[in-house]
Ligand binder design. Structure first.
Ligand SMILES: Cc1cc2nc3c(=O)[nH]c(=O)nc-3n(C[C@H](O)[C@H](O)[C@H](O)COP(=O)(O)OP(=O)(O)OC[C@H]3O[C@@H](n4cnc5c(N)ncnc54)[C@H](O)[C@@H]3O)c2cc1C
Length: 383
């Protein structure tokens, strides 16, 4: 049976960042590393179905993983993109309050300050209109360090660098079963499509579970076999839809309302792609399955709902100018009625370093945080 020192499950942005980080780490220099991906190509789930926003780190509780990894990740990501010419732009972002919401906006500024985000600028309605004439609000925060990034280019580059440093990348290879044994794990995989799929098993000393929407299932398999394995929380799927915009309004900044008080999402916001094209989303609704499709009749109703939400801060937007574009599903550790949850990094022995690390609930700001999460995985393995 083949043996690898380290097996990384999942080639989304987190698995790719971890693969690259470990491939160049002094502690893992001699290690054989394999990166498995169930799909034919990398980043087909969360990592390509998001807003591609580099978040500044405003929203998250002080000292949470989300706050720490977002701030550190933002700096690492901008440096990484700059050094390698990966398309990105520090477009800046406006968080817009309507009349009666100014206290909530001030509270957000305070939270951001506690997280170390000290570059926010408070704008009154006149200053807001001078900056973005189409946007309406009683006040706004300008976050100059927020931006956008080409996430696909980022992922391809991470893979390229990991492979240059010896990582073996295996697309179309799904981990179906994982068994804990003496000195490591036996990985049972299915390679290829249904009709001509082959089974392949190998041993890995260390497993890093970066399987996103499937990560809790894999962690759950081990929890059922190992008495010292920490409990694995339930994962909830929370879908968000995006609509492309086909009208005349142009923006220079990303524009967000205040975050939803139910903690599900950041509110239906306006983002720009790198070509300057506007799109809106995502909303947030819990569901039981992983389905990215749009039903025709439902889409019209949804466009009207989107238009109503957007018109609060961007009055000229009309429902007929919105077209369903794509959807993403957030891997959430918090259910619909729960308070927001942090990222969870579960090691085999509680929070201590171990030979398996599960990365659970890596929802937003996971893209921004990816390089910092990878640093943390390296740190835990090096201890
Ligand atoms: C709607 C939405 C908007 C978002 N907006 C932003 C944003 O603007 N900024 C930001 O910073 N973050 C954002 N995020 C969060 C960010 O996209 C995610 O945190 C990040 O992409 C998570 O990456 P991942 O690698 O953990 O997951 P994924 O990209 O889902 O990767 C997991 C991979 O594991 C593979 N896999 C699963 N099971 C197996 C198995 N058994 N065997 C082999 N392979 C397997 C999957 O096929 C997949 O490729 C958003 C997320 C969503 C859903």
């Amino acid at each position: 049976m083949d043996r690898f020192d380290i097996c990384i499950i999942g080639a989304g942005v987190i698995g790719l960042a971890v693969a690259r980080q470990l491939s160049r780490s002094a502690a893992c220099r001699q290690a054989s590393i394999v990166l498995l991906e169930q799909e034919a190509s990398l980043g087909q789930h969360c990592s390509s179905r998001n807003s591609e926003v580099v978040h500044a780190g405003l929203y998250y509780p002080e000292d949470s993983y989300k706050a720490r990894f977002c701030l550190r990740g933002k700096t690492l990501l901008y440096d990484y993109c700059q050094q390698r010419d990966i398309a990105h732009r520090r477009s800046g972002k406006l968080i817009v309050a309507q009349s009666g919401e100014e206290d909530a906006l001030a509270a957000l500024q305070k939270r951001a300050g506690a997280n170390g985000v000290d570059d926010l600028q408070w704008l009154d309605s006149i200053a807001l209109q001078a900056l973005e004439p189409e946007v309406r609000g009683s006040a706004a925060l300008l976050s100059p360090s927020s931006g956008i990034i080409d996430s696909h280019e980022l992922m391809l580059r991470l893979l390229q660098e990991a492979q240059q440093d010896g990582v073996i990348y295996a697309p179309h290879t799904r981990v179906e079963q994982i068994e804990a044994g003496a000195g490591g794990y036996q990985m049972h995989c299915r390679i290829g499509h249904d009709a001509d799929a082959e089974q392949y098993a190998f041993k890995a000393r260390t497993v890093i579970n970066c399987a996103g929407l499937w990560a809790n299932d894999i962690a759950g398999q081990l929890a059922r076999q190992m008495t010292d394995h920490p409990a694995v929380p339930k994962l909830h799927y929370c879908r968000g839809d995006y609509f492309s915009y086909h009208g005349a309004v142009r923006l220079k900044h990303l524009v967000y309302p205040l975050p939803e008080t139910n903690t599900r999402g950041l509110g239906i916001h306006a983002t720009l792609d790198l070509a300057g094209q506007l799109r809106f989303g995502p909303d947030a609704h819990y569901r039981d399955d992983i389905d990215y499709g749009f039903a025709e009749d439902h889409s019209q109703q949804k466009a009207a709902q989107f238009a109503r939400a957007i018109q609060r801060y961007l009055p000229p937007i009309k429902a007929e100018e919105l077209q369903p574009s794509y959807a993403g599903i957030r891997p959430k550790l918090a259910g619909p009625q729960d308070p927001a949850a942090d990222f969870m990094l579960l090691s085999e022995h509680g929070d201590a370093p171990g030979s398996v690390i599960h990365l659970l609930g890596i929802e937003s700001p996971g893209l921004t945080a990816s390089l910092a999460v990878a640093e943390e995985v390296e740190r835990r393995l090096s201890l």
